[in-house]
Design a protein around this ligand. Structure first.
Ligand code: PLP
Length: 426
């Protein structure tokens, strides 16, 4: 097939290709990316490059086309790109599992290598339900979460996404019926902690697990909350025989300033999901980690195995790149880099607080958020950011950024200007 011109490509894209939460046929023209390197996306229409303020949805923490990740991918490609995981194993998967166990909160020892974040949440839920079933308590099959969350687009994850005006309202009557607490306040409030305790206690007989995004609720609203609530949940779950699941798919690998957000509260969940930045955004892979308590419980059941096994589970190429990406992260002073970005975002986003229609400006680690008091005009906000030379993807009432950790100071400042422009014009 000869190279497509940009107009040809867009015609075909509109006619044939679904985009996330998009109509068919497509009604808008996405920007066409020809290549990406460092923190820059090069556009195919020749109009230049954009600094990526999104890290490709939290994943490309080292930027694009990184020599270390490229080498890991090339080397593994020369050995084997994929092999089934039933009855076979391989070094990249084993090395990755050991790395994750060593780095994750103390007590998480077993790893299921899933192929996307949503699937890792499905696996987490399955582990919890199967655990209680194995222990002869099948009535414990509901989940408790707090409003405002996002856990993915497949069935169980959708059932614990924000039920109020979230992305999955369409399915509200059909999804499994879960228990919802109010969204967590930013600061610690004893009354809210009591609300959580009460709900866990009241529903304990039917709850398999509490599942939350620790410290930052991402795609459901970019809200930050006190880590102390994680300790409240840990205690309530322990007191009432409920498992605790942390979805660290967005927050994992340094994004909030801790390697995992659970560290802000020094809490170990029973099950933890990671994804996104796991492979530095190179390939699709996620992981579900659990404690021996969960694994041992499952193995005592009538069906003593975890009944899950996707075709591309533990893909060697993705696992090799994940090992390289995680190694690259922890082999350097990543905390200093995230702190540097945090300081740059605080400075760069501060002027947004003075803009009319801005409700809140907040920064944590390498995450910067401007919340408006109105729905953002996505097209106008995106245009304003692109004019500043930055790629952003505003949504709902939010203009936000979570740049790669390798973003230099001048580019962080540029992102700050772009967020302000998008908040002003969007
Ligand atoms: N959980 C959280 C906290 C997420 O932010 C996301 C994706 O944005 C998911 C789960 C789903 O991950 P994936 O898109 O890889 O399926």
């Amino acid at each position: 097939m000869p190279d497509l011109s940009v107009p040809e490509l867009l015609d075909l894209d509109r006619a044939h290709v679904w985009h996330p939460y998009g109509p068919m046929p497509g009604r808008t023209d996405p920007l066409v990316v020809a290549s990406a390197s460092g923190v820059r996306l090069r556009l195919a229409d020749g109009s230049g490059e954009l600094v990526d303020g999104m890290s490709s949805w939290w994943s490309a923490i080292h930027g694009y086309n990184h020599p270390v990740l490229n080498e890991a991918a090339h080397e593994q490609l020369g050995r084997m790109s994929h092999v089934m995981f039933g009855g076979l194993t391989h070094e990249p998967a084993v090395r990755l599992a050991k790395l994750l166990v060593d780095l994750s909160p103390e007590g998480l020892e077993h790893v299921f290598l899933a192929d996307s974040g949503s699937v890792s949440v499905e696996v987490a839920v399955k582990m919890c339900l199967q655990y209680w079933r194995s222990l002869g308590r099948p009535a414990k099959r509901r989940l408790l979460t707090w409003r405002g969350g996002y856990h993915g687009d497949t069935w169980q994850p959708m059932s614990v996404c924000d039920p109020d005006g979230g992305m999955h309202e369409l399915w509200s009557g059909v999804l499994p019926r879960q228990v919802f607490a109010d969204a967590p306040p930013a600061r610690y409030e004893e009354a809210y902690a009591d609300h959580l305790r009460t709900l866990v206690e009241r529903h304990a007989d039917e709850l398999a697990a509490v599942i939350v995004e620790p410290v930052v609720q991402g795609a459901g609203g970019m809200r930050f909350h006190s880590p102390a609530y994680l300790r409240v949940l840990r205690e309530a779950c322990d007191a009432h025989d409920v498992l605790l699941v942390f979805d660290e798919i967005a927050t994992g690998f340094g994004r909030t300033g801790a390697l995992f957000a659970a560290e802000h509260a020094a809490v170990t969940p029973d099950v933890m999901c990671v994804g996104k930045a796991l492979t530095g955004g190179y390939l699709t892979m996620a992981a579900t980690l659990c404690t021996p308590r969960v694994a041992d419980g499952i193995s005592q059941g009538e069906v003593p195995v975890l009944a899950h096994g996707p075709t591309f589970m533990a893909n060697p190429l993705a696992a090799a790149v994940a090992c390289a990406s995680v190694g690259l992260l922890v082999g350097q002073d990543w905390r200093a880099e995230v702190k540097r970005i945090e300081a740059g975002l605080r400075e760069g986003l501060a002027p947004a607080a003075e803009l009319p229609g801005v409700r809140d400006v907040r920064v944590l680690g390498a995450i910067g958020v401007v919340q408006l008091d109105r729905p953002v005009d996505m097209a106008a906000a995106t245009r304003a950011a692109v004019r500043e030379g930055v790629w952003l993807r505003p949504f709902r009432d939010l203009v936000y950024t979570m740049p790669p950790y390798v973003t230099g100071d001048a580019d962080v400042a540029r992102i700050g200007r772009a967020v302000c422009a998008a908040a002003r014009e969007g």
